[in-house]
Design a protein around this ligand. Structure first.
Ligand code: ARG
Length: 459
């Protein structure tokens, strides 16, 4: 039976039920809805709407339902109810008769759904922060497994300057740290309780909204009833955090897919996170990484979809807002899965350090170093840049590295070049010379790694 049948003569069409019913997806809010209902039963008891004994009976029945919800034994499909709120209420009425019918006094599904969904988002923020921590840990561990490895760094996907592998890992650590701080930040804004705001205008009963907020673990009540029932900023913020973090995971996946390619051959991935080809027996494909990249589409899509849904809605609640859930449930779930698999991929990864170093030596990545060397000899940088370019051109013609050219050849281009140029052109030397805060030299990377480990301890 629906919650609103009184003023209707005819029933709903089957197609209307299909477009309107949200129980098939909002059933995941069962435990939040029941906990909200327990808090509400206490609030209306305090307000004198029901007696202590009645409140106790409601609470006992709701606790039993909560247990079933947690065990996954509630039969949603058989109930034929419209949404999770009517499902819980119908279950109460079935058990308690008229007492069950008292619970909804002064409450609306509008403040109810806003409360349930905020609770759900808050709980998932906590889970997702733990997931992010695990990926950060996996990056730090990978950095420590290959603490001295050097690989090419790229701009425009052209070999640019060599970097230490831990420096690459720690770049993603920085991104994920921002993702975690975004969650901490947005969770403060979503930490307000809508319950007691009614359908849109507040309620006439003497409800202690702060007590409800305290009981449900919210910092405070929402301050405007119109806003409280129609605000979905907290979902949007969560979707933006999910999208940004998925973008980070996707870039990491893209780097690793490239590192794993036959052409680069820098890393090997574990069997546990790769798959084979049904046709080509030799193949080992980086599917987990491709899916981390691929799942961005639907997560970004959910953010865009909700922004568009919300943009034209007049105050206060409109049924359009029921569309807030499926995208958010999916986005959060995909983000969670991608963080978990991201950590697994990183744990499974090994670096071919020799091949990385070889690639870092190729591609004239030490040309900037040669220019800096010439600056040290008193040549203006712009001129030094030009000379170094000529040296690269000559080496290309000779099909060798800069450091393989004889001194006579270098001096033919620039007489200021001496024997002392050769150590400068060595890989380790030029990497470790970037000895500045945030740079890829051995010392700043070691310091950054220490910093990341302290961050994890204090997380
Ligand atoms: N299932 C609805 C939703 O998710 C619950 C709120 C319904 N409110 C209403 N006035 N019909 O938005």
């Amino acid at each position: 039976m629906s919650l609103w049948g009184g003023r209707f003569v005819g029933g709903s069409s089957n197609m209307f039920r299909r477009v309107n019913d949200s129980l098939p997806f909002d059933q995941v809010l069962a435990s939040q809805d029941i906990r909200g209902s327990i808090a509400w039963s206490r609030a209306i008891c305090q307000a004198g709407v029901i007696t202590d004994a009645e409140q106790q009976q409601l609470q006992d029945a709701l606790q039993a339902l909560l247990k079933q919800a947690e065990q996954g034994s509630l039969d949603f499909a058989a109930s034929g109810e419209e949404d999770i709120h009517s499902f819980v209420e119908a279950a109460l009425i079935e058990q308690l008769g008229d007492l069950g019918r008292k619970l909804h006094t002064g409450r609306s599904r509008n403040d109810q759904v806003a409360t349930d969904f905020r609770l759900w988002c808050k709980e998932h923020v906590t889970l997702l922060r733990t997931d992010l921590k695990q990926v950060i840990e996996a990056l730090v561990n990978a950095a420590e497994r290959h603490s001295t490895a050097i690989l090419p760094g790229y701009t425009h996907l052209q070999r640019a300057q060599p970097v230490r592998f831990p420096h690459w890992c720690l770049a993603y650590v920085e991104m994920l740290k921002r993702d975690a701080s975004r969650l901490a930040d947005l969770s403060q804004r979503m930490d307000q309780s809508p319950l007691g705001c009614g359908a849109l205008a507040g309620t006439t009963y003497a409800i202690d909204r702060q007590a409800i907020a305290d009981e449900l673990g919210f910092a405070s009540p929402c301050l405007n009833s119109l806003d409280a029932v129609s605000d979905r900023d907290y979902v949007l913020e969560l979707l933006f955090a999910a999208s940004t973090s998925m973008m980070h995971l996707s870039r990491m996946a893209e780097d690793l897919i490239f590192f794993n390619s036959g052409e680069a051959g820098f890393i090997r991935l574990g069997d546990s996170v790769t798959s084979g080809s049904s046709l080509m027996p030799q193949k080992k494909n980086p599917d987990a990484l491709e899916l981390m990249r691929g799942k961005c589409g639907r997560v970004f899509g959910s953010l865009q979809a909700l922004l568009v849904t919300m943009k034209g809605l007049p105050l206060a609640y409109n049924k359009d807002m029921q569309e807030d859930k499926e995208g958010a449930f999916d986005a959060v779930n995909q983000w969670h899965i991608c963080l978990c698999i991201g950590a697994e991929v990183l744990d499974s990864l090994t670096l071919d350090e020799q091949r990385c170093a070889q690639a870092a030596r190729e591609g004239y990545a030490n040309a900037t170093e040669l220019a800096d060397y010439l600056v040290g000899k008193g040549i203006p940088f712009r001129t030094a840049h030009d000379i170094s370019g000529q040296v690269v051109l000559h080496a290309l013609e000779q099909q060798c590295a800069i450091e393989d050219l004889p001194l006579s050849a270098l001096q033919a281009i620039c007489p200021d070049i001496g024997e002392d140029v050769y150590p400068v052109l060595q890989l380790e030397y030029l990497v470790d010379k970037r000895n500045i805060l945030g740079g890829t030299g051995k010392a700043p990377v070691a310091a950054a790694l220490k910093h990341a480990k302290r961050y994890l301890q204090e997380f």
